[in-house]
Design a protein around this ligand. Structure first.
Ligand code: C2E
Ligand code: MG
Ligand code: MG
Ligand code: MG
Length: 299
């Protein structure tokens, strides 16, 4: 089943054949883009975009010390979509800038309720709020102002905001990036490097940029239980974080064995399905008050 199209820019009379599947995929993408545009422009009154939050715990004792904001899209027809289904599209189209601005503001709004609410317990007042920042947002000239505004408007304490960056940010060694990161630090915010170990940036950047937290990618944690060289890699990453005075957070902790191994290796913090899945903000409020149920209960 093949459709014929005149290819744009190709010589007169030349035809390029596309599989119908490709045509459908292209159409689907266009539709998804239009719907995402609507969802993003509907903010802040629209309610298609949602934030879920996943607890980050001390590996020793499982006290909740922070939460990570993770965006979801309640698509009118397709249901709730994970970021993998629309964040790449948002990045390709530039929609990630307004979308990310909304995430930041919404996260700070909830965060302010948790750390500064009249009924907040003492241990909630130091809750770290982690927000993902796309490389594109970081390059946006208005980004530092956006962060400043989100903090000011919500009253969320700057030193509790942890901005999560990926290694790709450090691939191009440009002065602009360094300047932006310094400006963010000057606001009082902290910086994390996410998915550590999966990128191709040189280790050099760890020293050059003002980072505070290193998040060990899930793939190392997954592999750890299989023993041998993977455990050695995880150990090396933890030691590296240690020697650079960075806090280390293990991502994707899913089994008690991993928690034990990580503790033994000196990793202080963890995030993963073992402790809790990402949940709506109301659930976080409950978890902060009552603590997390362990493992299956948390799901
Ligand atoms: P990330 O920043 O590395 O976030 C952690 C992801 O790992 C989340 O997926 C979380 O649900 C998942 N996860 C946590 N614990 C476990 C576990 O034990 N096992 C497994 N298999 N997975 C676990 P999620 O929410 O689907 O987000 C995926 C990625 O999308 C994030 O990876 C982040 O890169 C991106 N993302 C999410 N929210 C935002 C946002 O607001 N802005 C931007 N720019 N990117 C975002
Ligand atoms: Mg991230
Ligand atoms: Mg993350
Ligand atoms: Mg990650």
């Amino acid at each position: 089943d093949v459709a014929m199209y005149r290819a744009k820019g190709a010589g007169k009379g030349r035809h390029v054949m596309y599989e119908r599947g490709m045509q459908e995929a292209a159409l689907e993408r266009l539709e998804l883009e239009a719907a995402l545009r609507t969802a993003v422009s509907g903010m802040p009154t629209g309610d298609e975009l949602l934030l879920h939050f996943q607890p980050i715990v001390e590996l020793d004792g499982e006290r909740v010390v922070g939460v990570e904001a993770l965006v979801r899209w309640a698509h009118p027809q397709l249901g709730v979509l994970p970021p993998a289904r629309f964040v790449p599209l948002a990045e390709e189209t530039g929609l990630i800038v307004p979308l990310g601005r909304w995430v930041l503001r919404e996260a700070c709004r909830h965060g302010a309720g948790w750390v500064g609410g009249r009924r907040s317990l003492d241990r909630m007042r130091s809750l770290t709020l982690t927000v993902n920042v796309s490389p594109l947002q970081l390059r946006d000239p208005g980004f530092v102002d956006d962060v400043r505004d989100a903090l000011r408007d919500s009253g969320f304490p700057p030193h509790l905001l942890l901005l999560e960056l990926t290694e790709t940010v450090f691939l191009q060694e440009d002065e602009g990036t360094l300047e932006t990161l310094r400006a963010l630090k000057a606001l009082g915010a902290r910086l994390a490097i996410d998915d550590f170990g999966t990128g191709y940036a040189s280790l050099n950047y760890l020293q050059q940029f003002p980072l505070d937290v290193l998040k060990i990618d899930r793939r190392f944690i997954d592999a750890m239980c299989r023993g041998g060289s993977e455990a050695a890699l995880a150990r090396t990453i933890i030691a590296l974080g240690d020697s650079l005075a960075l806090r280390t957070v293990a991502e994707g902790v899913a089994r008690p064995q991993q928690q034990e191994q990580l503790r033994a290796l000196g990793c202080e913090y963890g995030q993963g399905f073992l402790f809790a899945h990402p949940v709506p903000p109301e659930e976080i409020t409950r978890m902060l008050n009552e603590g997390i149920g362990h493992g299956a209960e948390a799901a």
